[in-house]
Design a protein around this ligand. Sequence first.
Ligand SMILES: O=C(O)CCC(=O)C(=O)O
Ligand SMILES: [Fe+2]
Length: 450
Amino acid sequence: MTDKTLRVIGELMGSVPSAGSFAARRTGSAENLVIEVDGVGPIRLPVTPAQARRLCELALPARYGLREQTLLDANVRDTWEVPRGRVAVDERRWRETLLPMLDILRAELGLAPDCELSAELHSMLVYEAGQFFQRHQDSEKADGMIGTLVVTLPSAFTGGELVIEQQGMKVTDQGSPEELSFIAFYGDCEHEVLPVTDGFRITLTYNLVAKGRTGPDAAAFAMHPSVALLAEQLRAHFTTPVELPTWRLHREPKRPPHQLVYLLDHQYSQQGFGWGQLKGGDAARAGIMLAAADIGGYDTSLALAEVEDSYEEDYTSWMMIYRQRWERVEGGWKCVESADVEFDEDGDMVEPVPDDPASLPVRSSLPLVPGSEDLGELRWSTITLTWLIDRSGAAGEPTVREVWDEELCTGESKSTLEPFASEIEGYMGNEGNTANFWYRRAAIIIRPPS
Ligand SMILES: O=C(O)CCC(=O)C(=O)O
Ligand SMILES: [Fe+2]
């Protein structure tokens, strides 16, 4: 039975311990952080409320990125940003603290010792009481950027927790009144800064850039206890004919699956994806899979995929909406297409006049979310491969895009990814309401040699 084979493959892959975490946290002495801000002078650590106030006076409201534009919206992000040109750090002194710290954080993120991790200062931020940054993902602002490092300066404040989330797990950083607080996290993590309730929270944010990374080495995993078992399951997968549903039996002969698609945990952009760019536990999973596939002589590739889930939606709640499309932006959700149903004097539906998307504010959440009670049944779910990287690193669009149920191994982790787009379509006469959600996933693909 192929279902069982897929389940066992998921269990074996799930038993591979992850080499690191999605976020790493440390505190450290502030003695080597000598920082001067033009207009304020040398910053004393812990930062006094008087100096923090002066920083706010010369700062500008921070912006957030939406595709190529940079927008300002105090509902999404309400923070002061000290202009970069005004901030001078004594780099020689700072490196004495930063470099050893980066090495600790590198190891905790599960990155190999030969990976060269560096931190490029991005901005100096000040949050006063009431200020915050809504849940978002950072964009990749530099080549090789794998994540973000936030250094919170010592100061007295309450609230203002930085909460980082990945696959339903959370890491929270509260800063420290006396020391520097360091937190590094992978770029696909959703994170937010809760409102500061009292005092000032001051941070330096850095782009974390990793260079010299190599992909998983199958030979290094060859002796792992799961490899032989996994190789056996791969052989079973590719030799056992699929139990096809009746509607497909009429169209195709009974045969074993053409591929195995194993979903990874992290998300990747096309530029930030490759054998040498796998994050956290994904690298070890790919290593085990490569070692097992080598035993059976199968081809192994990496792939990016899009998942589309379509739900039957509750008739009553969105009856009047013709169509809305929402897209994930840094800091929330933007309605990029919206049109209401209109009727003429005879009561017939007329072509709706779309609203101007620019006039619609960014919201912190979708009007309708996966898992909500207003969503009816999942009607269908499809997964389509959009990008393929073969063993040699050659990348391109896949010739085979569709993934059948019997080819898909979702593994053990209960994925709680954010969709990147959603469409709600109101009742249109012949069909009920529908709500669709799109997700991006990465995967390892195993195929018998062609
Ligand atoms: O201030 C912080 O802790 C984080 C800010 C942040 O998430 C960002 O700048 O993207
Ligand atoms: Fe961020």
